[in-house]
Design a protein around this ligand. Structure first.
Ligand SMILES: C[S@@+](CC[C@H](N)C(=O)[O-])C[C@H]1O[C@@H](n2cnc3c(N)ncnc32)[C@H](O)[C@@H]1O
Length: 267
């Protein structure tokens, strides 16, 4: 954290993204179909850039490993994975030691202007959907370079999921959240980027596990991780009460996810 300026990373992110191994275990995986869609839409015309892909907010590398596996069949292998939080990035480094990584935030990228073909943000752009970050991303991209944003979102149309979300919402208190849509407004009337494609749900994705697994999934969300022990226990009781109404202890529970894809091009 010492390299980051004060205020560059939201406090909830700093306090909530610190248990990398828990995050790895209880967060969903991206599907092959979804990651292939990202790869098919990368900008590939330039061969004189520092990197083909800069990933911001790579965290423990859930998306990174998936895309790197698939990129082995392609030319685009100059990949830089970054995250502002050393705790998360160290998990990625342990699992993928050969990959180039760097600690940085989206608003202060330690790279020259026009040095990147594509910037990817998986499950994270809402944390830094500010004019400052957008200008910084535009600075490092080459003209016609692409910024690709992806998210996996729990399907709130399912009754028990909606009730779990109602509990979760009690803990947000102004923390940036993808479903608030601020990230999308950042691109309205934005002279630097034009929208190439927005797909609300690419393919079908589902997480599955028993009641304890689902409980741990919700407990691994940043706004819960950062609570003190007493508040955490209270949240756990609330989540468990919802799950107890709907499921038995050993039942396999399915949690449907929407895979959202948003791609813009630097004008
Ligand atoms: C929900 S995690 C997503 C991690 C990973 N991309 C994935 O798909 O699992 C959000 C990530 O955004 C990062 N993040 C938060 N604020 C950021 C900022 N200002 N600049 C860059 N990354 C940031 C966090 O450190 C965290 O690793």
């Amino acid at each position: 954290m010492s390299m980051l300026k004060r205020g560059e990373v939201h406090r909830t992110a700093v306090e909530g993204f610190k248990e990398g191994t828990v995050y790895e275990k209880y967060r969903p995986e991206y599907t092959d179909e979804f990651v292939s869609h990202v790869i098919e839409n990368l900008y590939t015309e330039r061969h004189d850039t520092d990197y083909d892909i800069l990933e911001l907010g790579a965290g423990t590398g859930k998306f990174t490993r998936k895309i790197l596996d698939k990129l082995t069949n392609f030319q685009l292998q100059r990949y830089l994975a970054t995250d502002p939080l050393e705790d998360f990035l160290s998990v990625l480094r342990q699992q993928t030691p050969e990959l180039t990584t760097s600690v940085c935030s989206a608003s202060s990228i330690p790279l020259p202007s026009c040095s990147i073909q594509n910037v990817i943000c998986a499950q994270c752009f809402h944390w830094f959907a500010t004019g400052e970050s957008i200008s910084e991303i535009a600075r490092v991209l080459v003209p016609r370079g692409r910024l690709i944003l992806v998210w996996l979102t729990r399907d709130f149309e399912i009754g028990w999921v909606r009730k779990m979300e109602e509990v979760l919402t009690l803990y947000y208190d102004g923390t940036p959240r993808k479903i608030m849509g601020v990230w999308k407004k950042a691109f309205e009337n934005c002279p630097t980027f034009r929208c190439v494609e927005h797909i609300d749900s690419v393919g079908s994705n589902v997480m599955k596990g028993n009641k304890n697994f689902m409980l741990n999934h919700f407990m691994s969300i940043s706004v819960i991780v950062r609570l003190d022990i007493e508040e955490k226990l209270k949240a756990e009781r609330k989540f468990r009460a919802v799950l107890d109404v709907h499921f038995t202890d050993d039942e396999i529970i399915y949690l449907p996810l929407k895979s959202e894809y948003f791609c813009v091009e630097k004008v």
